[in-house]
Design a binder for this molecule. Structure first.
Ligand SMILES: *Cc1c(COP(=O)(O)O)cnc(C)c1O
Length: 389
């Protein structure tokens, strides 16, 4: 890893102006064919990571991004793929074969669960879901053929924290790989590998892109796991477009300042919601009342702008009156852009171990880069509409 502090790293990593006529940003190198000058060179192509060989394995633009993220994650290497979902599936598939078993935290991102219940199952790999609060107790679920554990801290929609170091420690003792979906925190606020995990997965669609116009996944692994991960991802033909890598690099340059603001605004809005009589509870691990707060405080260095709130029960008409006319909070999937979102969500479909029993509506909020006063005024007007409906 380079020596600089994180804010400096995001502005310097993956750049080499001298190699590109003094141009500040790595240019977009597009390529499929790479020509070899001699038979000798053709028969001995470069095979290392981040070496130019064939377009599918990336170009210097891809390598700039992969090198930057690997440094931030403290990883032996990073592979860029076409989406966060592809990053999850490529990472899981790299470590299992027929007859194996994987453990997946119950609050994991739903499309990852679908991959386990569909594709992995068809290929003879079984999945057991587990309670995010189990910690090292997850060892009770280990089987002789358990090969991987997938964590996501905090979890999708409901934001349960997990004790990543404790789980990774028992997993390592049994030769099981620990994979962490690190999309929420990004490597700036949590470093899975430094906490014992083998693989860190991020949907760069979210905060790395940062502008709601990019789809990409990044998978990073430690030295013991990287070759297996890379070979697995390339066997499936995964690839990330050089344009998209260039956009991800552009997003990376401002990641530190954006995240700081998302963290601050997210907490301001979350605290305001917590004090509202319409709100039953707020799920945000940086709030001291949150059950995951101690773990968050111990392992993370910041929070992003994504959290949820459960409302006290209201009629569908009242709920629609709140959601349908918000001016600054959009309703849509994905998050991590500069803009705020308020997305009605239902965790019921995506839980099998810890049933979701709330009878009020859950709204997942993304605090964007707007002024928090305006965001609060927008929500306040929504509650007023709800009351009148
Ligand atoms: C969005 C998301 C993904 C999937 O990313 P895509 O780029 O949309 O495929 C994976 N994990 C988490 C936690 C996410 O929020």
């Amino acid at each position: 890893m380079t020596k600089h502090k994180p804010d400096t790293k995001v502005t310097t990593l993956g750049r080499d102006p001298e190699a590109n006529f003094g141009i500040v940003n790595p240019p977009i190198y597009r390529a499929s064919t790479i020509l070899y000058p001699t038979v000798e060179a053709l028969r001995n192509p470069p095979t290392g990571h981040n070496q130019l060989r064939y377009g599918r394995y990336g170009t210097p633009t891809t390598f700039s991004l992969q090198e930057a993220i690997a440094d931030l994650e403290g990883a032996a290497g990073t592979v860029a793929v076409s989406s966060g979902a592809a990053a999850i599936t490529a990472a899981l598939a790299a470590f299992v074969e027929t007859g194996d078993h994987v453990l997946v935290v119950d609050c994991a991102y739903e499309p990852g669960r679908k991959f386990c219940d569909g594709v992995l199952k068809r290929f003879g790999v079984r999945t057991t879901y587990f309670d995010p609060a189990l910690g090292a107790g997850v060892a009770r679920l280990f089987e002789p053929r358990t090969k991987a554990i997938l964590l996501e801290a905090p979890g999708s929609l409901t934001f349960e924290m997990q004790d990543v170091p404790a789980i990774a420690r028992v997993a390592r003792q049994h030769g099981i790989k620990t994979l962490v979906d690190n999309t929420w925190a990004t490597p700036l606020y949590f470093k899975p590998l430094a906490h014992g995990a083998d693989v860190s997965i991020i949907s760069a669609t979210k905060y790395i892109g940062g502008h709601s116009d990019l789809m990409m996944g990044l998978i990073s692994a430690n030295a013991e796991s990287f070759e297996q991960l890379r070979a697995g991802a390339y066997a499936f033909g995964h690839h990330a477009s050089p344009e998209d890598c260039w956009l991800a690099l552009r997003g990376l340059r401002t990641l530190a300042v954006r995240l700081k603001r998302h963290h601050e605004t997210g907490l301001i809005v979350a605290r305001w919601l917590q004090a509202r009589t319409e709100v039953k509870r707020v799920m945000h691990p940086a709030l001291p009342q949150d059950p995951g707060h101690a773990l968050w405080k111990r392992d993370f260095t910041g929070a992003s702008g994504l959290f949820s709130a459960v409302l006290h029960p209201v009629t569908p008409r009242q709920f629609a009156a709140f959601c349908d006319h918000l001016e600054l909070h959009g309703m849509g999937a994905s998050w991590g852009g500069y803009e705020s979102l308020a997305l009605p969500s239902d965790p019921r479909r995506a839980r099998t171990v810890c049933p979701w029993n709330e009878d009020g509506e859950l709204i997942r909020f993304h605090a964007g880069l707007e002024d928090p006063d305006d965001l609060i005024a927008d929500l306040e007007a929504g509650f007023a509409r709800m009351k009148q409906a």
